[in-house]
Every structure is written in structure tokens, then in C-alpha cells.
Design a protein. Structure first.
Length: 237
């Protein structure tokens, strides 16, 4: 039994260092597999400029990227600036996006944020998390996507899918998306964040599906956990 406080503290530190070492090893394996599987990656949401990227990410909440793209392909050729949506008004915006889930709430957010962009930002999308997250309907995840894919700023956008995969791969405790973001940012070098966010999403859709892999079948799971026999139960965000 260890009674000495200093010795106990040293053992705790070594245990933590060993845990970090394992995380770093797994991170290297995951990066290698993802870079080989997806050497180049495209943003799944189609957009015309940073403003339309913002709108598409907002629309994608509780909706598939495919559905968003199908709807916006008929909108963005004509409406692609804040002033266009302010001129349209809420009711017309609702008609344009009515095939998307909770379209009335989203139409209200689009109309209101367009007004704010004109009044406070000269019609341009702000380049800081603080200002983005003040906009109606824009949370941290949406702001992260815009910052990373719109402005090229290092950000790690975490949605429920990445949260699930990070748990399966043993990279997070799985308490919530905020904790998952902190864990992944700690484990993976900043230079990989923007591309990695998309690579994980694509990999999850194709290989590590929620109702298919269960932490037992895909290459990442079998490589990182070759002795794993039981399905991984993940916690919802």
C-alpha cells in the first residue's frame, strides 16, 4: 500500500502520462487510416460564399447534408447575400426552405441574422467565434464550421456523430460535445483539425456507422482495439 502522498502523486502522474501516450498512439493510427482513406476531402455542404456556408450549416441542424444541398441549389443562384434574405422576409424564406426540418424556426433565424449582419457587420460574416455565436441560430458547432471551412481558422467542429466516434475510439469520456472538443483538441495537433473534422464525418458515414460497426468491425476500431469483443455503448451528447 502506498502511504506517502508524494509517491502516490508521482504514480498518478505516471498513470496519466501513460494514458496520454496511449491516446497519442491511437491518434497516430487514426490519422494514418483517415489520410489514406480520404487524402483529399470536400466540404459536404455546398455554398457560394461564407454567408451561404453559414446558412447551410444553420439549416443542417436535425437535417441531412443531402437534403440541405437539394434545397439550397435552387436558392443560392439568386439569393446569396444578407440583403437578399432581408428583402425576401420571413414568410418567403419559409416557403424556400419548407422541405427542411423545423423550417419556421430556421427561417426566423436566417431573417434576423441577415438583418444583424447588415446593421452591425456591413453585410459580412464576422470572423470571430464571439461575434458568430451572438447571431440567431448560430451555436458553437456552427461557428466552428464557418471559422474552419469558411475562414481557414483552426477549429474542431464537434457534432453528435463525431462525439459518438470519439467515444468508440477511446478518445473521450463521452460526457458531452464540449468535453469531446477539448479532448480531441488536446490529442490531435492543431494543423489537422479542419481536415480531420470532415474526415471523421465521412469515415463514420461509410465505415463506422452507428448501427453497423458497434466498435467491432471497421479498420480503426479493430486496429486500436484488436481484443475488443463487446459492442461499445456510447452516450448521447
Amino acid at each position: 500500500m502506498v502511504n506517502d502522498k508524494k509517491t502516490r502523486s508521482l504514480l498518478d502522474e505516471r498513470s496519466y502520462e501513460f494514458q496520454i501516450m496511449n491516446e497519442i498512439q491511437k491518434a497516430k493510427i487514426i490519422l494514418k487510416i483517415l489520410n489514406k482513406t480520404y487524402p483529399t476531402i470536400k466540404v459536404p455542404l455546398k455554398s457560394r460564399n461564407v454567408f451561404t456556408l453559414l446558412i447551410s450549416v444553420l439549416l443542417s441542424a436535425q437535417c441531412t447534408d443531402v437534403n440541405v444541398n437539394n434545397v439550397t441549389k435552387n436558392i443560392y443562384p439568386k439569393y446569396h447575400k444578407p440583403k437578399h434574405f432581408v428583402k425576401l422576409g420571413r414568410k418567403k424564406i419559409e416557403k424556400l426552405i419548407k422541405k427542411i426540418g423545423i423550417f419556421r424556426i430556421k427561417a426566423k433565424s436566417i431573417y434576423n441574422l441577415s438583418q444583424i449582419l447588415i446593421k452591425k457587420h456591413n453585410g459580412k460574416v464576422p470572423k470571430t467565434f464571439e461575434e458568430l455565436e451572438k447571431l440567431p441560430g448560430v451555436g458553437h458547432k456552427t461557428a466552428s464550421v464557418v471559422m474552419s471551412q469558411g475562414f481557414g481558422h483552426p477549429a474542431f467542429a464537434i457534432d453528435t456523430h463525431i462525439h459518438r466516434l470519439a467515444q468508440r475510439w477511446g478518445l473521450t469520456s463521452g460526457k458531452n460535445v464540449t468535453q469531446t472538443e477539448k479532448d480531441l483538441k488536446r490529442i490531435f495537433p492543431k494543423k489537422y483539425w479542419n481536415k480531420l473534422h470532415l474526415q471523421i464525418i465521412y469515415y463514420g458515414r461509410e465505415y463506422c456507422k452507428a448501427r453497423d460497426c458497434y466498435g467491432l468491425a471497421c479498420k480503426i476500431c479493430t486496429t486500436c482495439y484488436p481484443k475488443r469483443k463487446n459492442p461499445v455503448i456510447t452516450k448521447k451528447a
